[in-house]
Design a binder for this molecule. Sequence first.
Ligand SMILES: Nc1nc2c(ncn2[C@@H]2O[C@H](COP(=O)(O)OP(=O)(O)O)[C@@H](O)[C@H]2O)c(=O)[nH]1
Ligand SMILES: [Mg+2]
Length: 384
Amino acid sequence: MFSFFKSKKKPAEPETPTKDTESELIAEPEATEEAASQPEAVSEPVSEPVSEPAPEPAPEPAPELASEPAPEPEKISFASKLRLGLSRTRQNLGKQLTGLFSGGKIDEELYEELETILLTSDAGVNATTQLLEDLRKQVKREDLTDAAQLKKALQESLIKILEPLEKPLDITTHEPFVIMITGVNGVGKTTSIGKLAKYFQSQGKSVLLAAGDTFRAAAREQLIVWGERNNVTVIAPDSDPNKKSDPAAIIFDAINSAKARGIDIVLADTAGRLTTQLHLMEEIKKVKRVIGKAMSDAPHEVLLVLDANTGQNAVTQVQAFDEALDVTGLILTKLDGTAKGGVVAAIAGQYPQDPPALRFIGVGEGVDDLRPFNARAFVEAMFD
Ligand SMILES: Nc1nc2c(ncn2[C@@H]2O[C@H](COP(=O)(O)OP(=O)(O)O)[C@@H](O)[C@H]2O)c(=O)[nH]1
Ligand SMILES: [Mg+2]
């Protein structure tokens, strides 16, 4: 049974990560030409990685955020980015709905056409049924007779179905607040971590990244680049390709390092895996258990990243990852790349009793293209 906000039990297994972990602290971005030309990018103090849980946070001062470069002011508001990002969906839906709502009677034929449009927008059977039921009720209640009045009514029904997904993430409950990022390959996990790092920094929070995707060397590099860009510390595996790195140990070290440095948020990357790769699903469960050894109650958030282009398959992924990890929140990426933004409704429709928390949505590849989900803003950007 899908259940978000489950209370997290302490793991019972006597599992401890290896003491001699192979992680490497990358506190100082390497001097690049770009960095050399920007002397104001002050590097952070170097400290040793902590391999074992420290009973007390070390008295080392936390790196001052004030010494970091101020985040660039947003040139375009997220509302306009959202509109831009959803333009494919809007064009697709808009074209069809404009025809449907352009006048005439509200009859069975119209409802049937609307049903087809919603289903082909990936809204899924459950959400489509709920939407149509709600729409019929509104039509009756408000005595609507003209199809032109239906657009507003449909928007309201959609907002009603999507609002339960709107549960913003509260990262103030623990320090550090440990976020584990998971999902299949290529959905946008690492990119989203970069965007989240920037987002949290802009709110005055300090962030540490754990490069827990030890499968691909490129993943390590990708996160290090993100760390350098954002002036954020990255705990990464040893760059020696002959050494096999344990993702659990890397993240374990990262959490201890964050505790010692007084960091607010740890973002832990993990390797992508298919839900059918059972040994990899077992491995990610172990990663989660080991995180609990570094800090009780951690991870405080297990974020599943979904690609909006996967359509109905997203629902399958939610089920499988939730079963393995007790997922607490979702990130839906690449909404700009699909004309079927209706997948958001499919997720809501799948769990009418206990809807998942859609924490963030991604509408582009830029660093500012990820923001908390807002149902009303989303629906308004979805069709004019
Ligand atoms: N258009 C678009 N591309 C995205 C978005 N999020 C991620 N990507 C791209 O998706 C690709 C895979 O991302 P990556 O973070 O490496 O995926 P991972 O394997 O899950 O870590 C990259 O080319 C990203 O730039 C998004 O919201 N919109
Ligand atoms: Mg990745």
